[in-house]
Design a protein around this ligand. Structure first.
Ligand SMILES: [Zn+2]
Ligand SMILES: [Zn+2]
Length: 337
């Protein structure tokens, strides 16, 4: 099969590799779509993929065959695939599989990911795609699960105010999740014009350019005491520093995005206003909730997915999304010419 393989200086090289065979407990799948994740963009830009990695973990796929000791899955079944966790460590037992102490993810070096024509994975990592759901839209299940997880961790409720900084794919999906939960107002900050236009299609209350608008003033005029939650989806130091100023006392800043740059925060602000700063990582076990939202038509998939590209264009998109991000979600179709 064709697969992209990380070869250091040479980048992501399209190679002909042996078709994977399902071991006991595993399922062989044909990849339908695989989204480019912000983490793929960063790991590639920083040159820190393990050599030999095939990235890609935001996948929808079709079952081709099953290995020994697999029941419940048939050829033709439509699935999405999550990372495997041990199910036995203290974090798994506490319902936090994203913090598993013995994780076995795919697309990060240990197991081949889905920027390839075929994928094998353990049967326990598969979830069924609801009937009628478009397979391109189903490929949003993983990043949407991240957005659901972020909303859950934040504790935000209907009628409370949120600021979303950064309208990349995760920011866009968070906007849809918050709207579905009746969060109001939702104020979105995004410096790139095309991404502001994408965000506006999802119907938040305000979409502003932080380089020209005074976001702090807007938040103050739209909320009595400030936002209950800021979903910081950029990891950009200026955005994160500003975010604390939008919060009401006892508000929460959720660290959803990351970049290679560190930022400093005012200990006085955090202390005196009892602010909460919390990270969210991965899908937090929220794939089923994400699939439900997709099946119910609650997500603006057509707007959020801005491009479907062939495997050969993956590296170019990784560079573009790092250097001048203006798209929403870019999906790779490994079978497209
Ligand atoms: Zn991802
Ligand atoms: Zn575990």
């Amino acid at each position: 099969m064709k697969a992209l393989v990380y070869r250091g200086q040479e980048g992501l090289v399209m190679e002909e590799v042996d078709d994977p065979q399902p071991a006991p407990g595993e399922v062989l799948m044909k990849v339908r779509y695989c989204g480019i994740c912000g983490s793929d963009v960063h790991l590639f830009a920083m040159g820190i993929f393990f050599l030999g990695t095939t990235p890609g973990h935001e996948v929808s796929a079709e079952v081709l065959s099953v290995g020994p000791d697999v029941s419940g899955w048939q050829p033709g079944d439509r699935v999405v695939v999550k990372h495997r966790n041990c199910g036995q460590c203290e974090y798994c037992l506490a319902g936090r599989p994203q913090l598993c102490l013995q994780p076995e993810g795919f697309g990060r070096g240990i197991r081949r990911g889905a920027f390839a024509e075929l994928l094998v994975s353990h049967h326990s990592t598969l979830l069924r795609v609801p009937p009628g759901l478009d397979m391109a839209h189903a490929a949003l299940a993983e990043p949407l699960a991240v957005a659901v997880h972020a909303a859950n961790v934040s504790g935000i409720e209907a009628g409370q105010a949120a600021v979303v900084t950064g309208a990349g794919p995760i920011g866009l999906l968070i906007i849809d999740v918050l709207r579905d939960r009746g969060v109001q107002p939702i104020i979105v900050s995004e410096p790139v014009e095309r991404r502001r236009a994408l965000a506006a299609k999802l119907g938040p209350d305000h979409v502003v350019d932080p380089s020209t608008a005074n976001l702090a003033d807007l938040v103050r005029s739209e909320t009595d005491l400030g936002a209950h939650v800021v979903f910081e989806c950029t990891g950009v130091p200026e955005a994160a520093n500003a975010a604390l100023g939008f919060l009401r006392p006892a508000g929460t800043m959720l660290v959803v995005g990351h970049s290679e740059k560190s930022y400093t925060l005012s200990s006085l602000m955090v202390m005196a206003r009892e602010l909460r700063i919390e990270g969210v990582f991965g899908s937090g076990g929220q794939f089923p909730a994400a699939l439900d939202l997709l099946a119910a038509g609650k997500i603006h998939c057509q707007d959020i997915i801005t491009r479907i590209a062939p495997l050969a264009e993956t590296e170019a998109w990784l560079r573009e999304l790092n250097d001048a991000p203006s798209d929403g979600k870019v999906l790779i179709d490994p079978w497209a010419a």
